[in-house]
Ligand binder design. Structure first.
Ligand code: NAP
Length: 206
């Protein structure tokens, strides 16, 4: 029975590393589809500036529209309050039924903080977690804070394209450096057209 992947992230913005990761997970774990779930309000980023969810959601749609194995969900962006992964995996588990494999796919750096996630054991009762890493990251050695039982639900997926990062793309846009071939072309246009990631103008002293 084919599984379903939930690609969780802030996606600020979505980039080719995310798309390669989702496609690699689809192949490696025999997933029928991967559903991108942009975080509405990332629970660990309160107080940080995150681009409006309507932009992050639309960029995810633009980036994934040509892949019939990809979908984008509004589940987290439409929910008020912090986007807890437990609510997301519970929702999709009830949609697909109890028997099909369900995976929550995200970055290894995020996975290193798993011990702080709300109701981790509840999450793992509904879904396994796929941690996408750069090759050579040695995630297992860094996951010592998790119990043996929790580690059994953790799958590692090495993705060379994860050298690309959203923070680097935001920095590049802010200084006027090119982002071509780091994000899909429609996302590049969307960022330019909506003036995303521009440096905040500082008041000029006279
Ligand atoms: P983050 O802290 O911004 O990112 C940590 C690292 O993981 C970054 O290097 C990031 O690269 C990478 N990353 C994030 N999502 C990825 C993905 N789907 N595939 C590959 N790499 C990815 O993490 P985040 O994006 O805000 O959060 C990740 C997910 O964990 C979200 O769905 C969030 O809701 C969930 N989460 C839940 C809880 C909770 O329930 N309490 C707590 C923390 C996180 P990029 O910046 O290039 O993406």
């Amino acid at each position: 029975m084919q599984g379903v992947g939930l690609m969780g992230g802030t996606f600020d913005p979505i980039h080719l590393g995310h798309l390669v990761t989702a496609e690699a997970a689809r192949a490696a774990f025999d997933l029928e589809r991967v559903i991108f779930v942009p975080a509405g309000m990332p629970p660990h980023k309160t107080g940080q500036l995150v681009t409006q969810s309507k932009h992050r959601h639309l960029m995810a749609v633009l980036a994934t529209v040509t892949n019939p194995g990809f979908e984008v969900s509004r589940f987290e962006v439409d929910r008020p309050g912090p986007s807890y992964t437990i609510d997301t995996v519970r929702h999709f588990r009830s949609e697909i039924g109890p028997d099909r494999p369900l995976y929550f796919i995200t970055g290894a750096d995020a996975v290193l903080e798993l011990g702080t996630w709300h109701d981790l054991d509840g999450i793992l009762a509904y879904a396994d977690i796929i941690a996408a890493t750069r090759p050579g990251y040695a995630l297992e050695q860094r996951a010592g804070h998790l119990t043996e039982c929790q580690r059994a639900h953790l799958k590692v997926l090495e993705v060379p394209a994860l050298a690309i990062s959203s923070s680097d793309i935001r920095r590049r846009v802010a200084i006027g450096a090119p982002i071509k071939y780091l994000v899909p072309e429609p996302v590049e246009y969307y960022i330019a057209r909506n003036h995303l990631y521009q440096p905040v103008a500082q008041p000029v002293e006279r």
